[in-house]
Design a protein around this ligand. Structure first.
Ligand SMILES: NC(=O)c1ccc[n+]([C@@H]2O[C@H](COP(=O)([O-])OP(=O)(O)OC[C@H]3O[C@@H](n4cnc5c(N)ncnc54)[C@H](O)[C@@H]3O)[C@@H](O)[C@H]2O)c1
Length: 351
């Protein structure tokens, strides 16, 4: 039985807590949050007795084998390193850290500890992505040379820590772009990035004045502080010649919310968002093939159940982590280079 502690019990934590509670080989043994009332409420709701307000006390607990880190981005690295040094396995929410320096330190701590660290790239665990990966691994798409991903919120700055760059490290690029870039990069076979060019814009603010339209908000919503971009785009070249184009927003004068992600190879292409579709040709005819699966669209909850089960199996030594720390570092390299390119107005060369 793997005994787990969840650190940070805000919005996303429930997607970790429930799969642990329902897992036959895991036990949710402790919770931690700096927000005392929220911690106690979650403790009562999920019947967890061990409640810590300081993560240092939780990682010292000899009963705990592993932790899920669901805190603000600025504490991911610090908590991950402390947990690894205390001999715990770690599942850390995306992004791995707030900066590249922190990411490298986490990677060093993983190496030293010999423990498992899984980065919360939850989209890799979605069943539509698993199906597509099988087709890719069997060569059905050939070499993938182009990908394009977009996650546009017309109104969706979550406020609170998300919009405070000190705590988040940035806006939609580090928050939403991290998923879109990782998804494409993973399906492209994780090519080495060669250079990036990006732009960020802060033209609309958080538009907290908009009425009659609801949107996702952080657990401690506060619209007063907003130091992050509201739109970002990027163009990434890889050493193998492949390229990826991405754009993401917290707010934009767009007609509606839209998430799209496509990859294109020499033998076939695929749309992952909004819905899995595989494109190819046979006998001089183009085919758009719709896989008949339970979840052709991204099922958020199901992906988290798969992610947590994979983490538990990895900690028990039965599986190899699908998203190891090196992948988190590589994605941080791309994200921080895109921000650097946006600041300087120049392309950033990575290799
Ligand atoms: N995988 C996904 O799709 C997904 C979706 C949403 C959020 N996230 C990630 O999950 C993390 C949390 O996001 P959220 O939406 O739950 O935020 P949230 O604000 O709702 O919750 C964060 C919680 O962490 C607590 N906290 C902050 N610093 C802490 C510390 N040092 N020690 C203990 N507790 C601390 C806060 O008090 C709060 O209760 C972020 O890194 C975010 O990027 C991932």
């Amino acid at each position: 039985m793997l005994k787990v502690g969840v650190i940070g019990v805000g919005s996303i934590s429930e997607y970790h807590i429930r799969p642990y509670l329902e897992h036959e080989e895991a036990e949710l043994a402790a919770l931690c949050d700096i927000h005392k009332e929220r911690l106690q409420e979650k403790g009562r709701r999920f019947n967890v007795q061990k409640l810590y307000t300081d993560y240092r006390d939780l990682v010292k607990d000899p009963e705990i084998d592993a932790v899920s880190i669901c805190t603000w981005n600025n504490s991911h690295a610090e908590i991950a390193i402390a947990a690894l040094e205390a001999g715990k396995h770690v599942l850390v929410e995306k992004p791995l850290s707030r900066t590249m320096e922190e990411a490298v330190k986490v990677a060093e701590a993983v190496k030293k500890s010999g423990k498992i660290l899984q980065v919360g790239f939850v989209r890799r665990h979605a069943s539509n992505v698993k199906v597509l990966k099988k087709f890719i691994d069997h060569g059905d798409l050939g070499e993938i040379y182009y990908a394009k991903a977009s996650c546009i919120r017309r109104l969706g700055n979550p406020g609170g820590w998300f919009s405070d760059s000190e705590r988040s490290g940035g806006g939609p690029l580090i928050d939403l772009g991290v998923h879109m870039i990782d998804l494409c990069w993973y399906l492209m076979g994780k090519p080495k990035p060669a250079s990036v060019s990006g732009s960020t814009y802060r033209r609309l603010g958080n538009r907290a004045h908009i009425e009659n339209l609801s949107f996702y908000k952080a657990a401690d919503y506060d619209e007063k502080r907003n130091t992050v971009e509201d739109l970002a785009n990027g163009y990434i070249r890889f050493e193998n010649g492949a390229t990826l184009y991405v754009d993401v927003s917290y707010t934009l004068h767009a007609k509606e919310e839209a998430v799209t992600a496509s990859i294109y190879g020499e033998k076939g292409g695929a749309e992952i968002e909004p819905k899995l579709l595989i494109v190819t040709e046979r006998h001089n005819t183009i085919l758009n093939m719709a896989p008949q699966i339970d979840h052709p669209e991204f099922d958020f909850q199901e992906a988290f159940y798969h992610e947590i089960d994979h983490f538990v199996q990895s900690c028990l030594g039965r599986e190899k982590p699908l998203s190891p720390v090196e992948d988190g570092v590589e994605i941080m390299r791309i994200l921080t280079a895109l921000y650097e390119s946006a600041r300087s107005g120049r392309e950033v060369v990575l290799s």
